[in-house]
Design a protein around this ligand. Structure first.
Ligand code: ASP
Length: 294
């Protein structure tokens, strides 16, 4: 199951969004068909979307308020609850791949900025300028609309006044393989005009990404601050651990977000250990796709 972000997708972008997630679901599923692991599948699906500038991850990442790129990503293997995460990346081609290398080659889980980029060099990873013309244009348009004040607006106020800022097409994937292993991955540029240094839910294990073979896997999208406060990906996995099928688990988590966080925009995808899938959102849209042997 893959997602290309929760938010209000503009009508003219829906077609390319759906096409992008369909492609990514196919890429991930092909890996599983060739007996690849769930981990390989989610990484491949997310890399596919990081390379597709329609989405806000890798190429096509959105810009901070001071016009920087700060990409973040995380990946988790349900087999051994190993996890890797990166943040504050400027130009690494595939942040999710670096997250995986950190998981597999270091004793750490989460490395950001200079250190992460240094590791990327050690691993010989490709770099690429993720800036696209349309993101620069969107940044300019949205920035002009911002009130000319030094104070930071509260999230609710910002969303009410500038809904387009939060149309951020973050990507994620969850998978279950033939050996009954699950995995999850999430990658993003954050949201347009975010404060520099702001870290969202996407690279945070438990908030944006979680996988455990004892319950299932989940990837979140939407207003990161909601998923962080509610530890939403892990909450969804715990719900599956308690016997809820994936769909019920994601719906319960979205209800929780509505209850506790005043309905701030969220979307979730999940898979449980029986291969049942789930997708739910309280945002106007969630761009997602899935593929099963049937
Ligand atoms: N969750 C991401 C963040 O807050 C944005 C998104 O999912 O669209 O950075």
């Amino acid at each position: 199951v893959v997602h290309g972000g929760a938010g209000a997708w503009q009508q003219e972008r829906i077609g390319v969004g759906v096409e992008g997630v369909r492609e990514a679901a196919k890429v991930g599923f092909e890996v599983l068909k060739r007996n690849g692991s769930a981990l390989d599948a989610v990484e491949a699906a997310v890399m596919q979307m990081e390379d597709n500038e329609v989405f806000n991850a890798g190429l096509g990442s959105v810009l901070t308020i001071d016009k920087r790129i700060e990409m973040e990503a995380s990946i988790m293997d349900g087999k051994n609850i190993n996890a890797g995460a990166v943040g504050l990346l400027r130009d690494i081609k595939n942040p999710i791949h670096l997250a995986r290398l950190i998981m597999e080659n270091t004793d750490h889980v989460f490395i950001v900025g200079y250190g992460a980029e240094k590791l990327a060099d050690l691993f010989g990873l490709e770099r690429r300028n993720p800036l696209t013309k349309s993101r620069v244009q969107a940044w300019r348009e949205e920035k002009e609309k911002l009130p000319k004040t030094d104070r930071l607006s509260k999230l609710h106020k910002l969303i009410a006044s500038y809904p387009r800022i939060f149309e951020s097409e973050t990507v994620g994937a969850v998978a279950l393989d033939k050996s009954s292993n699950v995995a999850a991955a999430t990658s993003t540029g954050g949201f347009t005009l975010k404060f520099p240094g702001r870290i969202g839910d996407s690279p945070l294990i438990g908030a944006g990404t979680y996988a455990d073979n004892e319950c299932g896997a989940c990837s979140a999208t939407g207003i990161g601050e909601v998923a962080i406060k509610l530890v939403l990906a892990k909450t969804t996995c715990e719900s599956m651990r308690n016997g809820n099928p994936a769909q019920k688990a994601v719906e319960k988590s979205i209800r929780l977000a509505n209850l506790k966080m005043n309905g701030l925009s969220m979307g979730l995808i999940a898979v449980d250990m029986s291969g049942r899938i789930g997708a739910a959102h309280n945002s106007p849209n969630l761009c997602w796709a899935y593929m099963t042997p049937d």
